[in-house]
Design a protein around this ligand. Structure first.
Ligand code: FE2
Length: 405
């Protein structure tokens, strides 16, 4: 409970803050090698492009910069975006958003339960002197949000109601972006169904949004469906962060964002903290910056890794072999002690040098908040076996909705 004992009624439950983070919604990186990264996250990992970012109308936009795309919004399921790539060269010019030195993470974005929670979160952050970046509703994506900074300057977004892309793969047309907001919205707001009616009444072709080009040959049988790669990403996260002050970061994520500590580990003298917002063992993990040198990882980013979960263990094995065959580099510097709750995993490097953790299983934490004792965890063998014994929580979090492709 907070020091002043104040509690907030969130849908009839009394919580210590006026919102509840439910899951990691999306994640973004500022990258230098934009087209190589688009190929890596798109063609190789299988994130589909929902929309292209275009900041050319923003007042801060560098008019003289010769470059390609400003960025790409990408998805693996029906959320308009789960992974966002932005041009670092363009982002460095933003006046409405500042990235601390060494922060190449564009945003870490958490889904809350309602629009009211988002506007109440804004008030809460104001009351608690948390540095707010902005509030409103961005297009593309249509999610209502409040943005704050964590103690290390990571842009942290809380949102409700991201655009859903359905069977025809089309995103919302640009002509509907007039429903974007640059300020805190008055509540209540009209529903998305009413927005569609309104747009049609204005003469907007509601089916004219972007639909990704179908470019790659589908040659892999992925558990019964042909895809351009032998696996399917079914979930994102966890996000692993190097932080300057582990106590300060932990306090922010627990006290102000409401995360629960699942576990902490001391690795070569460094205290690392694993935090959850739902059932998964951790959705965010905090590591002291000093560990970067110990592990021999580069200094260019505060992101230790970004996780992508694939549908199953066979797909994980196939993903690693596929990516290696395409020339993707893997690192083995990150020991299993630094990712408790995950068993078989591999860390691939994107073209900018960000670590992507591929895995297929994460331990689930139930009502009593207790994690599995270390002695009862699966022993990971060096040579990955062809098949594994199931655990009590195998496939429990694999609830990907909709078709693989
Ligand atoms: Fe976002």
């Amino acid at each position: 409970m907070p020091a002043n004992g104040q509690r907030y009624n969130v849908g009839g439950l009394l919580l210590d803050r006026p919102f509840k983070i439910r899951r990691l919604g999306h994640f973004g990186l500022n990258v230098e090698k934009m087209e190589e990264c688009r190929e890596f996250y798109g063609d190789l990992l299988g994130f589909t492009q929902s929309d292209r970012a275009d900041f050319s109308r923003a007042p801060w936009y560098p008019k003289d910069l010769g470059h390609g795309a400003d960025g790409y919004f990408m998805r693996y399921g029906t959320d308009h975006h789960a992974m966002v790539l932005f041009s670092k060269q363009v982002m460095d010019h933003r006046s409405d958003r500042k990235f601390a030195p060494g922060v190449t993470i564009n945003q870490i974005t958490w889904q809350c339960g309602s629009l009211k929670e988002i506007t109440d979160a804004h008030t809460y952050f104001q009351d608690h002197q948390i540095r707010i970046q902005r509030v409103g509703r961005d297009m593309p994506g249509s999610n209502w949000h409040t943005y704050v900074y964590d103690p290390d300057g990571h842009t942290t977004e809380l949102y409700y109601g991201i655009e859903q892309i359905g069977w025809n793969q089309r995103s919302k047309p640009r002509e509907m972006y007039y429903r974007g907001f640059q300020q805190k919205p008055e509540l209540p707001q009209m529903s998305e169904a009413a927005e569609l009616d309104e747009a049609q009444a204005k003469g907007v072709d509601i089916f004219s949004g972007h639909r990704p080009a179908h470019r790659l040959a589908e040659t892999y049988d992925v558990d019964g469906v042909l895809l351009p790669r032998p696996f399917k990403i079914t979930k994102i996260g966890p996000v692993r962060l190097f932080v300057a002050d582990i106590d300060k970061a932990e306090a922010f994520y627990t006290r102000h964002l409401g995360f629960a500590v699942s576990e902490e580990v001391t690795y070569r003298g460094a205290r690392c903290v694993f935090l959850r917002c739902g059932n998964e063992h951790h959705s965010v993990a905090l590591y002291p910056q000093e560990l970067r040198a110990t592990l021999g990882l580069g200094e260019h980013t505060s992101c230790l890794s970004f996780g992508v979960e694939v549908a199953n263990y066979v797909q994980l094995r196939a993903a690693v072999a596929f990516l290696k065959s395409r020339g993707v580099r893997f690192v083995d510097a990150i020991p299993p002690e630094l990712y408790p709750g995950i068993d078989y995993a591999a860390f691939a490097l994107d073209p900018d040098g960000h670590c992507i953790q591929l895995y297929y299983y994460m331990e689930q934490v139930g009502w009593d908040g207790r994690v599995r004792p270390a002695a009862e965890r699966r022993e990971v063998s060096r040579d990955w076996p062809e098949a594994l014994e199931p655990l009590s929580d195998s496939y429990v979090d694999q609830v990907f909705q909709g078709p693989f492709g």
